[in-house]
Ligand binder design. Structure first.
Ligand code: AHM
Ligand code: MG
Length: 334
């Protein structure tokens, strides 16, 4: 068994594969494809200031947002690997309105994948951490191709969820339902090496304080309950830390403890973040690390999506901090 320093992600996945006697290696191949795709995306992100992909494409995506060339490129790079690698039968991404199927001449596999190719993209112009979020489920429908039912399974059906963050270091964080692991990219040897194992999200209340993050610019659009949650943490001595990239804010809370909130507001009655490719994956990681994620009253992982791009409010982070938020939200109006 190699020491932690020499545990690259490939070796780690092969070891995990051996723990499941029925494993065929398809899942390992899929995850390695996702990682390869993220490395390709990272190469483009790292040279953004010099890149030819600096502009908007002129198109408007399903989110009603202008499509940027780099977002589009990241989406294409990942879709190419995921729909032609033989392990999936459909992919849902933040950028495509419908399920992206496997082209006719390619093999179909038993997994469906959701991705947010570049989460926090609006931060790229100021060189702040962004990243790719992914989530894997098993197909439940009949036939070779996937359909809506495969994607509209609750978050608890995920077999894997993770993200790659393009920050000062490129880090890969994922869970396959047996704890949360972080791998850091080593440029010299072109490998992701295990840097943290069995990550536990620190508990905070009552003595230890962590960080609180939310876009308080929406204050005037929040209801009184959302304001009360925010007041509790800000007045309670939590550090206010908001990056504005979900995965970057989440990563801080995963390692140091804290809570990220994106409540509903009067202009976005369901909040902003999407269940399938943002909230379910990070909620799976949070729970696997001992944390929690709720929509205000219910665990995000229990929600059954009605549509591919469904949004939900979210409170995610250290378990006790999220439970405190839930209590404040449930308290009768005074
Ligand atoms: P994106 O996937 O289009 O980048 O949108 C998601 C991002 C999150 O990373 C971040 O938490 C949130 O949008 C910020 O939104 P807002 O500017 O409304 O605070
Ligand atoms: Mg996103």
């Amino acid at each position: 068994m190699p020491t932690k320093e020499f545990m690259n992600v490939r070796r780690f996945l092969y070891n995990e594969q051996r723990l499941s006697p029925k494993a065929t290696g398809e899942f390992t191949t899929l995850l390695l494809d996702i990682i390869l795709g993220c490395k390709k995306v990272c190469r483009e992100v790292r040279q953004f200031g010099l890149s030819q992909y600096q502009h908007t494409t002129g198109a408007i995506n399903v989110q009603d947002e202008e499509v940027h060339e780099l977002d589009d490129l990241a989406n294409d790079l990942l879709l190419d690997l995921l729909t032609k690698g033989g392990q999936t039968c459909g992919v849902v991404t933040e950028e495509n309105k419908e399920i992206v199927g496997v082209p006719a001449s390619f093999e179909r596999g038993k997994y469906v994948v959701t991705i947010d190719p570049l989460d926090g993209f609006s931060n790229i112009g100021v060189n702040v951490n962004i990243g790719t979020i992914f989530s894997v489920r098993k197909k439940i429908s009949e036939g070779e191709d996937s359909n809506l039912s495969d994607f509209l399974q609750p978050g608890r059906s995920q077999v894997c969820a993770g993200y790659v963050m393009y920050g000062p270091a490129m880090v890969l964080v994922f869970t396959i339902g047996r704890g949360v692991y972080e791998f850091t990219y080593s440029l010299g040897i072109d490998e992701f090496i295990l840097s943290r194992e069995n990550i536990r999200m620190p508990d905070l209340l009552p003595n230890k304080k962590g960080s609180f993050s939310a876009n308080t610019g929406y204050w005037n659009l929040w209801d009184d309950k959302a304001k009360a949650v925010s007041n509790f943490f800000m007045e309670g001595g939590y550090s206010f830390r908001h990056i504005g990239s979900f995965i970057a804010d989440f990563h801080r809370h995963l390692l140091q403890g804290g809570i990220f909130c994106y409540p509903a507001n009067s202009k976005s009655p369901n909040g902003k973040l999407r269940l399938l490719y943002e909230l379910a994956p990070l909620s799976f990681i949070a729970e696997q690390a001992g944390g929690l994620a709720i929509d205000g009253s219910r665990p995000i992982l229990d929600l059954k999506p009605d549509s591919l791009h469904q949004r939900s409010p979210v409170y995610i982070g250290s378990r006790d901090a999220v439970i405190k938020a839930m209590e404040i939200l449930a308290a009768p109006k005074r």
